[in-house]
Design a protein around this ligand. Structure first.
Ligand code: ZN
Ligand code: ZN
Ligand code: ZN
Ligand code: ZN
Length: 178
């Protein structure tokens, strides 16, 4: 993960109309007041945010994806800033089931090299979420099947391949072929 910016409280600047009035007249003073990278206006707020090596009004620094104000912490990649959730949705480790990124603080499940959201760690047949200690089978395409469904499928497969004239053959899902 590259740049992870932490927003400090910023430095305080004296605010108010008085300052604005002064600014209008005093060229030298105007240079002292930082310009906001978002709106290009002087920042006369009590707090100035700093991100991407530039200054921002707290109302101007927003997540590129959800546009939520980024008051406490922001994550950047290139020229864009994101809230934590959106940053990891874009750039985090991808869940093998839903393909969305997973924030590092979230509890995950693993099966071999695959990582899953807790709620995505479920059997593709019965949709039941697999709990710790549950037996499951990992298919080649990273899908998971609970033991019961796997065995049912195996049995159907055995029945289908056995020579039993007159019996209808259930079709078998392609992923169980091996
Ligand atoms: Zn601004
Ligand atoms: Zn966001
Ligand atoms: Zn997921
Ligand atoms: Zn199942």
């Amino acid at each position: 993960m590259e740049a992870r910016g932490e927003l400090g409280p910023g430095r305080e600047s004296a605010g108010g109309d008085l300052l604005l009035a002064l600014l209008a007249r005093r060229e030298d003073l105007r240079r002292e007041i930082p310009l906001c990278a978002g709106c290009d206006q002087h920042i006369l707020d009590r707090f100035i945010l700093k991100a991407l090596d530039r200054h921002w009004h707290s109302k101007c620094l927003r997540c590129s994806d959800c546009h939520a104000p980024l008051a406490e912490r922001c994550f950047s990649r290139g020229e864009s800033v994101y809230c934590k959730d959106d940053f990891f949705k874009r750039f985090g480790t991808k869940c093998a089931a839903c393909q969305l990124g997973i924030p590092p603080t979230q509890v995950v499940r693993r099966a071999q090299d695959f990582v899953y959201h807790l709620h995505c760690f479920a059997c593709v047949v019965c949709k039941r979420q697999l709990a710790t200690g549950d037996e499951f089978y990992l298919m080649e395409d990273s899908r998971l099947v609970c033991k019961a469904d796997y065995e049912t499928a195996k049995q159907r497969e055995a029945e289908a391949t056995a020579k039993r004239p007159g019996r209808a053959r259930p079709s078998r899902p392609s992923s169980w072929r091996r």
